[in-house]
Design a protein around this ligand. Structure first.
Ligand code: GLU
Length: 496
């Protein structure tokens, strides 16, 4: 679409929005007529303003019209907006300040070409993304994902979630996400390095320790972060140690950052169970995935006396009633980069199930740690039928909305990703602090800090849920607490 047609579509959407508001609410506040113009402080009384439900509906309509081909982004926006109605009722100034209208539109979106040459001398072209969603609480912060499924919808959903997750940690970090549709599977080390260098040749100009601080995500681990950081250093001629997180501990990385997302998810489960006087000790835990989050969730669950019985990849899952052997799993997945079936082949008593997800295995606690929408209605039914007590999302948005509804209405404790997997990015913020102060904290000290942060994240979500009349609903709690913090900051900083 050219610039003129984009402008025409935008004008049409604005016109539709304004007409709908006028229809439903003839005396709606003026700011809706022009969301880009600073408005004078509204003199409308609360009764003249839109109700929170109307305001949310209008924003959702606009988001759907503007982003018709972005199902994951729309899913993430629906999940947040539909749960924060009580916050808007308590804070009409958020409606009048156009907070929702502004939040659903990224501050900046960067799309770029990533050309590179493979080992056979063939030219390859991938697409690079960085969606800088919100910098109201701090520099843009969020990972990079390299996976063939990556597209704008996926990056926008991840970036949108990141705003509220990061806010919930209580730290000074904004929300962003990026990545590429590059598939690292089967690529040589030299190809990975050339790809990372080409990716950074464009992205560097949009980054900086006070501007945007990326980290890893699916397909981006210590190796890729090393290559990306190295190229940034070369092209900028600056060793900005706080420009990336998840760096190697030998050169500016923080202890516990690697383990943090998985460890944090398990700590979050302990917090949820603790409210009911229970612990993880002696419980069977079902975990999906076999990447960084899954490996360290398995590790910490074992340390706390639970038995993690499953792990998976896109080909199938393994079940090991004796408890997954983390060292063997790491060897297969991180060193050999082989399929999960290899685990069952080498471990007596373990079984491999091809082409299925692990949720059919009876467990007390489930920690989906693979990818988005990997736990659907049918999976939720199976977990409930087997008596699951708690589900905590190690991945971003792994449960479908229908699955969440089923789990919550069956009384299962449900920890959404924004809270349960916030330990990763929270520890990234600890890495930034150490880089800024040129300090290094010990593993034990860092783990104790992570544990305290997860307890705070839990309490913030738990208390917000109580405050807004939905006790025990961590989805409402996490979204409300994160949103409140962002919205207050946006109001204070003006129409930007
Ligand atoms: N990709 C991780 C997440 O989803 C970590 C982001 C970061 O550390 O910046 O939260």
């Amino acid at each position: 679409m050219d610039v003129a047609s984009v402008a025409a579509v935008t004008r049409a959407i604005d016109a539709v929005t304004v007409d709908r508001v006028k229809e439903r609410h003839p005396r709606a506040p003026l700011h809706l007529e022009s969301s880009t113009m600073p408005s004078a402080p509204s003199t409308a009384s609360a009764t003249e303003s839109l109700t929170s439900a109307e305001s949310i509906r209008l924003v959702l309509d606009t988001v759907e019209a503007r982003n018709p081909n972005e199902p994951e982004f729309l899913q993430a926006v629906h999940e947040v907006l539909e749960s924060i109605s009580p916050v808007l009722e308590a804070h009409p100034e958020f409606v009048d300040g156009g907070i929702l209208e502004r939040l659903v539109e990224p501050e900046r979106q960067i799309l770029f070409r990533v050309p590179w040459v493979d080992d056979a001398g063939r030219l390859q072209v991938n697409r690079g993304f960085r969606v800088q969603f919100s910098s109201v609480l701090g520099p843009y912060k969020g990972g990079l994902r390299f996976h063939p499924s990556v597209n704008l919808s996926i990056i926008k959903f991840l970036g949108f979630e990141q705003i509220f997750k990061n806010a919930l940690t209580g730290q000074g970090i904004g929300g962003a996400k990026g990545g590429s549709d590059f598939d690292p599977h089967g690529r040589s080390n030299a190809e990975i390095m050339r790809f990372c260098q080409s990716f950074m040749n464009e992205l560097y100009r949009h980054l900086g320790e006070h501007t945007d601080v990326p980290a890893g995500d699916i397909g981006v681990g210590a190796r890729e972060i090393g290559y990306l950081f190295g190229q940034y250093r070369k092209v900028t001629n600056r060793h900005e140690s706080g420009m990336f997180t998840g760096k190697g501990v030998q050169w500016g990385g923080a202890e516990v950052r690697t383990e943090a997302t998985g460890y944090g998810a398990v700590f979050f489960v302990e917090e949820m169970l603790g409210v009911h006087g229970e612990t993880l000790h002696g419980k069977r835990v079902g975990i999906s995935g076999s990447g960084n989050v899954a490996i360290y969730a398995i590790d910490k669950a074992r340390q706390l006396g639970a038995t993690p019985v499953t792990a998976s990849d896109s080909s199938g899952y393994v079940v090991d009633d004796a408890g997954i052997d983390v060292d063997l799993l790491r060897q297969i997945k991180e060193v050999e980069r082989a399929r999960i079936s290899e685990y069952a082949a080498r471990r007596p008593g373990a079984r491999y199930v091809e082409g299925a997800r692990p949720w059919e295995v009876p467990v007390d606690v489930a920690i989906p740690s693979a990818t988005q929408n990997e736990l659907d209605q049918g999976d939720a039914r199976a977990l409930i039928a087997n008596g699951v007590r708690a589900v905590a999302e190690g991945a971003n948005m792994p449960s479908t909305p229908e699955a969440i509804e089923l789990l919550q209405s069956a009384g299962v404790l449900f920890g959404p990703g924004k809270a349960a997997n916030a330990g990763g990015v929270a520890t990234s913020a600890l890495e930034m602090s150490q880089n800024a102060a040129r300090q290094r904290w010990s593993f034990d000290d860092s783990e104790a800090k992570l544990r305290a942060i997860m307890a705070d994240v839990h309490d913030a979500a738990f208390q917000a849920a109580e405050r807004y009349g939905r006790p025990g609903d961590y989805v409402v709690g996490a979204n409300s607490a994160g949103f409140e913090r962002v919205a207050h900051a946006m109001l204070a900083q003006g129409v930007i």
